[in-house]
Design a protein. Structure first.
Length: 241
């Protein structure tokens, strides 16, 4: 009987202990540290961070390059072309108003033959010779007058060119990019070209006036000889000669 009771008690305890064992959790888990794996992970993370930094630096460089390109392509918001061409047009208009001998080659040749003949016809009247001499004098006077007009207009333009020159230099020095600086420099060159054209025009008018005056004096001498010759005649009226 004692044996039966002991077996029965042992079976009961085993039956009770089995379900309880299923709910028992370990009090702690064992953590294993692998130095080699940890070092590899750190190295991989460092390389990834370096790649990211390189990509960021590359994007920054591209952004800077695009900004520089934008500045280099920025156009100058100022143009002096109208002012420069306007001044030259005023001088051209003054040249077109020239009276007397023309600057046009074909017209000049016709006018020259009429006003400065190489010889006088025997039938020409003395009064006609005098009138032609007066026309030459008026033409030479108008040529000098035109020269002074061109000089006055150029002096007026030079005064305006001083302000324009200072403005263009300031814009060139303060240019944000290559295109803006190049455009400002081109306008400075255009200003210099305009001034050279003004000087050439002035020299043309001055030399024209001087040449016409010299031709007038030479023609006057020829006209005086012709008049004197006609006044003296053949010399038969003065037997003593």
């Amino acid at each position: 009987m004692m044996r039966r009771r002991f077996l029965s008690t042992l079976i009961t305890i085993s039956l009770i202990a089995k379900p309880m064992a299923d709910y028992v959790q370990p009090a702690y888990a064992l953590i294993v540290f692998d130095p080699s794996n940890y070092a590899q992970n750190v190295l991989t993370a460092a390389r990834s961070l370096e790649q990211i930094n390189n990509q960021i630096q590359s994007l920054q460089n591209q952004a800077t390059m695009l900004q520089n390109m934008a500045r280099n392509l920025q156009s100058l918001d100022f143009s002096s072309v109208g002012q420069l061409t306007g001044a030259l047009h005023r001088i051209d208009g003054l040249m077109d108003q020239a009276s007397g001998l023309s600057f046009d080659l074909d017209k000049l040749q016709n006018q020259w033959r009429n006003q400065y003949p190489e010889s006088y016809d025997a039938t020409i009247k003395v009064s006609n010779v005098a009138n032609a001499a007066r026309e030459r004098w008026q033409s030479a006077l108008q040529a000098f007058r035109q020269t002074m007009g061109v000089q006055s207009l150029i002096v007026e333009n030079v005064r305006g060119d001083g302000d324009l020159l200072a403005d263009l230099v300031n814009r060139s020095q303060g240019a944000a990019g290559a295109l803006e600086a190049s455009q400002a420099t081109n306008q400075l060159i255009a200003l210099s070209t305009k001034q050279q054209m003004q000087i050439q025009t002035l020299l043309a008018t001055q030399f024209r006036a001087e040449a016409e005056d010299a031709a007038r004096k030479a023609q006057s001498e020829e006209a005086a000889r012709e008049t004197t010759k006609r006044f003296l005649g053949t010399g038969t009226a003065y037997p003593g000669n």
